[in-house]
Ligand binder design. Structure first.
Ligand code: HEM
Length: 379
């Protein structure tokens, strides 16, 4: 990820700062998280984040899938099922987009398998990889090979799905879908909140200054995970942004049998229950009279540590057995990006630019986030 920041993010921000032009920070973050998630999951960098801002069909296909999934939430099931059967409307777009994504993913899987085969002792090689070189596909292939070796000569046969490329494709698709737009949406709202609250921005910069020597030989120095853990105020700012603007604004579950909800409402079997994570983040009953204010201090105890808030209250990452698997990774990514950008650039929202959420399964900004960027000197 550090490589992506220094070789992708910094050159783009330098470029727009030199030209003095406006840039859509949401688009920049979208490209950043797409590249970064593909690197983490597939070990492949699509390089969407470069100065010429290229449009790649498979990146746009992921966006089309998101739109079609939202459509499925707002029309009756029978309607989208008929559209799917007739291959028309949003369902037609969805199946075309999935074809593009599948072509991309199966190509990456086949390249990875080739690379994996040519390695002499695959398991050792994977173990020796540096953290920055880690990718989920290789990890799954190593695990698959270990399972196959264990079962050799054994009566039991490995599940054919687990052995198939389809399994690797499903893992890759799920992780890319789960990781790319969630972090991007969170970063966009977070930056908008920080740059429109100058005192918050000042405190973050002070916290970096107090804790670290941010430059080494005049160059920006990335912080280690343990170092980022010291940035309590920044952690609170991220939690507060995710409380007000959870990347996944709503969620739904279907009951498999009749049940009674904690609210006392009775539901029949096969009932769809929608939960608005967005509303829960701004409810007075849950967060108190100042629930609508952006107040990072609410997360910090008198002793100066982070107050633990249970996941059924701070629900941005969901609660219970299907909670987000990427929470720690998210905080690491967001802290790395915020410290790198704020320390090196001064970012300002274009005056009068309309900011509003869009209706989608992901809480994006409807019109993006247009900003001007200039190099910061002497923090
Ligand atoms: C701001 C960042 C993120 C937010 C707000 C977020 C939020 C969520 C939410 C609400 C769910 C539950 C969805 C549901 O059950 O319908 C979820 C699940 C999940 N998330 Fe995240 N997520 C974020 C980042 C990530 C990242 C970076 C990854 C990994 C690359 C990731 C991986 C997953 C996975 C694998 C699940 C499914 C867990 C399961 O069903 O067992 N997430 N996330």
């Amino acid at each position: 990820m550090r490589h992506k920041v220094s070789q992708g993010l910094f050159p783009v921000l330098d470029h727009v700062s030199r030209l003095g032009t406006e840039v859509d920070l949401q688009d920049v973050f979208q490209r950043f998280t797409f590249d970064n998630t593909c690197l983490l999951v597939l070990g492949f960098d699509p390089n969407c984040l470069s100065v010429d801002l290229p449009e790649l069909a498979y990146r746009m296909a992921f966006d089309e899938v998101e739109e079609a999934v939202f459509y499925r939430h707002i029309v009756p099931e029978i309607i989208w099922k008929i559209q799917k059967w007739l291959d028309i409307g949003e369902e037609k777009k969805l199946s075309r987009a999935m074809e593009i994504i599948d072509r991309f993913l199966y190509q990456c899987i086949s390249l990875k398998q080739e690379e994996f085969r040519t390695q002499r002792t695959q398991i050792e090689q994977a173990d020796q990889k540096k953290d920055e070189d880690f990718d989920l596909l290789t990890a799954c292939m190593v695990q698959k090979e270990e399972a196959e070796m264990e079962m050799e000569g054994n009566e039991k046969k490995m599940d054919s799905y687990l052995k198939s490329d389809r399994y690797l494709r499903d893992i890759a698709f799920n992780f890319i879908a789960a990781g790319k737009d969630t972090v991007n949406a969170a970063l966009t709202w977070l930056f908008w909140l920080i740059i429109t609250h100058p005192l918050v921005e000042k405190r973050i910069l002070e916290e970096i200054k107090v804790n670290f020597q941010a430059r080494e030989d005049g160059n920006w120095r990335f912080f280690e995970v343990q170092e980022l853990g010291k940035l309590v105020y920044l952690h609170a700012v991220i939690c507060e942004a995710l409380r007000l603007y959870p990347s996944v604004p709503f969620n739904h579950r279907v009951s498999i049998q009749p049940d009674t909800l904690p609210s006392g409402h009775h539901i029949d079997a096969n009932t769809k229950v929608m939960v608005s994570l967005y509303s829960m983040g701004s409810m007075e009953e849950v967060w108190g009279h100042d629930c609508l204010e952006f107040k990072p201090e609410r997360w910090i105890s008198e002793q100066g540590g982070i107050i633990h808030v249970p996941s059924h209250k701070f629900i941005a990452f969901n609660t219970g057995p299907r909670s987000c698997l990427g929470q720690d990774l998210t905080f690491f990514q967001m802290k790395t990006i915020v410290t790198a950008i704020l320390w090196n650039y001064h970012v300002q929202v274009v005056e009068g630019y309309p900011i509003s959420p869009c209706l989608s399964v992901m809480l994006h900004m409807k019109h993006g986030l247009k900003v001007r960027v200039s190099k910061r000197s002497g923090v």
